[in-house]
Write a protein that binds this ligand. Sequence first.
Ligand SMILES: Cc1ncc(C[n+]2csc(CCOP(=O)(O)OP(=O)(O)O)c2C)c(N)n1
Ligand SMILES: [Mg+2]
Length: 371
Amino acid sequence: MSLGDHVPTLQVLDPGGQRTDAGALPGELRHLRTLTPAHLIAMYRIMVRTRAVDAEATALQRRGELGLWASCLGQEAAQVGSAHALAPADYAFPSYREHGVVLARGIDPAAIVRLFRGVDHGGWDAAAHRCHTYTLVVGGHVLHAVGYAMGAVLTGRDGTGAPTDEAVLVYLGDGAMAQGHVAEALVFAASYQAPVVFFVQNNGWAISTPTRAHARAPFARRGEGFAIPGRRVDGNDALACFAATAAALADARAGRGPAIVEAVTYRMAPHTTADDPTRYRDAAEERRWATRDPVARLEKHLRGIGAVDDSSAAQIGAEAAEVAIRMRDACLALGPPQMEDLFARVYATEHQQVSAESAAWASRRVSHGAR
Ligand SMILES: Cc1ncc(C[n+]2csc(CCOP(=O)(O)OP(=O)(O)O)c2C)c(N)n1
Ligand SMILES: [Mg+2]
């Protein structure tokens, strides 16, 4: 028996950038009405920047300046559209390819490359930006996000015990949804009615494992047994991602508990720079998704409503290129990773296990004949 793939999908912009509002619920329409052309241009600007930063970081990795890079190419609408729904006091928990979310939170992209160069465990001040640092343990941060949301309710607004209206937005992938600890996170979120929205970017793949291999029903329905409502959206449509996330976050802030938003999108790039997708997926699939490009879709819409023209689009592109160049220059100004530093900065104070690992690394290094 199959639960099928038939759940309603919210699409606000069709691939040609025309407004359809297909499947929009009243709450979502209300949030869409709050968007001015200036909001849409702000979203578009961050999406274009994200793409430029992503391409530059990929080039830096190819030149040996970064150890690894996880591209978000094709997922800019899912990330920037949803992050646009965050209020300043809300808290975001990205996984490891949410560069669009990080930029939307006002974090300098030069901070992101610090992690991928191996000079930092994080790169930015999570509390100041209300955006947690990246987690590479798949789904590990989903428990942290739920715990944080439970804590926000327990300690109240600014720790005063007064009711809080802070919500948490946690980003996870289709593959992460198969992790046991993510199921535990759903149990706790539902039991405590924690103010947390699970934003699942279903990009079709968990490295080389296709989504269909481990998910027999849409992720929008995964919450049913936990009593967590779910919603599926076109993940290449920034406005659909905004509207569904804004409605879910508003419910969470109002004490109506957690929700799942499944954004159906596609990872246009390799899993990371260490991956070769030609070994496991079809070029025709990539070509099909290229016709649904999320940045082009929002741009078509903006041109259609007269909010962007050739000259302003070129200016936004030039600004994005400058941001990427500044990130490259900042990266090249960083020295090589210092392993001793990395061990020293795991905990604020010395820790027995880390000290043992540091000593083991040092003796291995000597046995390999390093300086
Ligand atoms: C606990 C754990 N298991 C395995 C891995 C190796 N790994 C890294 S990313 C990944 C796939 C994750 O896929 P998904 O959740 O769909 O996210 P995406 O990479 O597609 O954004 C795996 C298996 C890991 N980092 N952590
Ligand atoms: Mg995936």
